[in-house]
Ligand binder design. Structure first.
Ligand code: PLP
Length: 363
């Protein structure tokens, strides 16, 4: 029998998605973004699948995430791009991890620790990490000096887009070009210039430069209002469980905390063992739908820490029946995008937050 709370991860679908995007963006390289436990899908199996599917690079946020990949024996190039201000970069040096750095003092600290390869983070308008235009000169001249001294090599220059509109993103590309031009004047000629994530990579060839960073698209989730299928992608995560209790109740029965749902008539309630401890947002209370015995039912009443209920009317349902929270709409299952809509968030958050007591099963 399937686990009580299952996150089924379809590695073949992930590989297919990576190949699809890879063909689309070629000759640009692909960096598979596997941060945050591969958006909730499991960092090591997804990273392996990415490499099998031809991803050239792997990208993570923290040094710890990069070290997890190395500890698992993954030897592909890995870049991490967010660090503790007091970061000791020795572990990056010893494990051949590239570091994406934002300011001059970080470059010096990395060089002192013996880091071989850095990617210069350029803030082209998002206002997050990366050196802002006022800081470029110091940042780029420090990088150029350290490179001339043979203390490190600038392997990449990168930035990240706001996805506000294509016009805004294009303005960021102009800024990126300006930073690259200044870097070139200082003798910095990176092997990989990268700025585009899934959405822009798919739609705008001019944003691909040498490499694109593929996050959400690899997981088969659309970055925008288009469906996964429209983008030729297959959802990788399927979340399902089993009914743990069934009861017949009279009309006007209060359901779950606060009685936010009252049965409109005599009906059957099915108890599903997923709660916010497992990553189900409390905000899908009375909103998201699940698939049970071939029918869609809406969650009835408050999502609790460990469970929620569905009102199945007079339909037959038994303890042990499978309930699919979300998966592939091509199979009639709700999509992560539908759950995001119900929760008032984005599908990125829906897949990434799933976990808790769920068992990840790889196919
Ligand atoms: C710096 C950076 N690059 C790339 C990505 C991947 O973006 P996406 O998941 O939209 O492909 C992210 C994700 O948030 C990111 O923070």
């Amino acid at each position: 029998m399937n686990p009580l709370r299952e996150l089924r991860i379809d590695l073949e679908a992930y590989r297919r998605n990576v190949r699809t995007i890879r063909e689309r963006v070629a000759p640009a390289k692909v960096l598979a973004v596997v941060k945050a436990n591969a958006y909730g899908h499991g960092a090591v199996p997804i990273a392996r699948a990415a490499v099998e599917a031809g991803a050239d690079w792997l990208g993570v946020v923290t040094l710890e995430e990069a070290l997890e990949l190395r500890a698992a024996g993954i030897t592909a190039p890995v870049v991490a791009w967010q660090f503790d201000p007091a970061c000791d970069f020795h572990a990056a040096a010893w494990n051949h991890i590239d570091v994406g750095l934002s300011y001059a003092a970080q470059l010096v600290a990395a060089a002192e620790a013996g880091v071989q390869w850095v990617h210069l983070a350029i803030d082209t308008g998002l206002s997050r990490n990366g050196s802002s235009p006022e800081q470029w000169e110091e940042f780029l001249t420090t990088a150029a000096r350290l490179q001339q001294e043979g203390r490190l090599r600038v392997r990449g220059v990168f930035s990240h887009l706001s996805n506000t509109s294509w016009e805004d993103d294009r303005e960021q590309l102009h800024q990126f070009d300006a930073a690259l031009a200044r870097a070139a004047e200082l003798g910095i000629h990176p092997e990989v210039r990268h700025i585009a994530a899934t959405q822009v990579a798919v739609d705008h060839p001019e944003a691909r430069y040498d490499m694109v960073r593929l996050g959400i698209g690899g997981y088969g989730v659309s970055p925008d209002d288009r469906s996964s299928a429209e983008l030729g992608l297959t959802p990788v995560m399927r979340v399902s469980g089993r009914v743990i209790h069934v009861k017949r109740v009279p009309a006007d029965t209060g359901v779950s905390y606060g009685f936010l749902y009252r049965t409109p008539r005599e009906t059957t309630l099915a108890l599903v063992p997923f709660g916010y401890a497992d990553g189900v947002p409390r905000s899908v209370t009375n909103r998201a739908e699940v698939l049970l015995n071939g029918h869609r039912y809406r969650i009835a009443g408050r999502v609790a820490m460990d469970q929620f209920l569905v009102d199945v009317g007079d339909d037959p349902v038994q303890i042990g029946d499978e309930v699919v929270l979300f998966g592939d709409p091509a199979r009639g299952e709700p999509s992560a995008a539908e759950w995001a809509e119900a929760a008032g968030t984005i599908a990125y958050e829906i897949v990434t937050r799933m976990g808790g007591r769920c068992e990840r099963v790889y196919r």
